[in-house]
Write a protein that binds this ligand. Sequence first.
Ligand code: ATP
Length: 354
Amino acid sequence: MAGIDIEGLATVYPNGVRAVDGLDLHVADGEFFALLGPSGCGKTTLLRTIAGLENASEGTVRIDAADVTRTEPGKRGVAMVFQDYALFPHMSVAENITYPLKVRRVAAATRAETAERTAGELSLDGLLERRPGQLSGGQQQRVALARAIASQGKVLLLDEPLSNLDARLRLEARTFLKKLQRDLGITTVFVTHDQAEALALADRIAVMESGKLRQLGTPREVFARPVNTFVANFIGSTPMNLAPGVVSAAGVSVAGGTLPVEGFTPEGAEVTVGVRPEYLTLTTGDATGPGLRGTVVVAENLGVQSLVSVDCDGTLIGVTVPEEEEPEPGKPVFLTAPAARVLLYDAESGELLA
Ligand code: ATP
């Protein structure tokens, strides 16, 4: 078991692209850690730099306290699972799983025993003699995981581990992966562009943009308190409401009304107000106190909940309500939110104001 320490890391490709651009990160021993961000933000490059498949241009990578920045991939103690699994098509499942051990000249009897045990752990019993082409996508993914685990690396690196599975299998594999990681307790870093996957699986998430770290936190933290409007926009299945506002004595003036706020942002400050649809409350009767008045435009069914779009003085505000409370289009409504859920971002920089 081992932690990963990254300091001042930059990875620059020969074409001059700074795919990782000055990054500091600590992944704790046994942690399940997600690298999340939009396409091209550098998350795969960061994973490959940890693995030693790309060279660090600046900074250091330490695994289990040892500086491995210039160590070749095979000697870093990392096991990596690639997005396309990279299984050997002409080898059996057992041979695929134990290939790293064969390279290290581990005895055949020990390899067979490892194949049996790992196949058991990954629900691949009875499939050891098959070839990858004779397996489902989910089974292939588990063989790739089994191979990584059998190699007994100190850390497990997963590049978009679930992206090749269809929606239903993906959910199954998610649960499986989370349980496996918890049971094994192996330090794991996984790359994903899917915020729901990162929120569901990870102990902590690093949100990246343009090679830089934009927020580091638990799923709860990055969901409830994004530190800038980039993260606010990126995290959440229903997008966060972001609208221009001005701080007043009563709270913040936004969308023709007022919402309560916490903290000491000076009166008159121009801000971007952020509030998640899940944290707004919609009422249809008489209402008093700070809130937003508006008219229902449309409601979208999300299953148990509905996402209602409300026109508040020309600004569309989304609010989730239980499906059975979905109001009719055209209905006048009132929206409120607790002060702790109303976030203020600097109107220019987009950074969260304390
Ligand atoms: P995706 O989710 O699309 O895989 P990513 O966040 O993993 O994206 P990277 O693949 O790390 O991003 O790419 C980061 C940046 O580096 C991009 O601008 C990309 O075009 C560039 N890049 C990636 N690989 C190379 C390479 N071999 N040579 C030059 N530039 C590269």
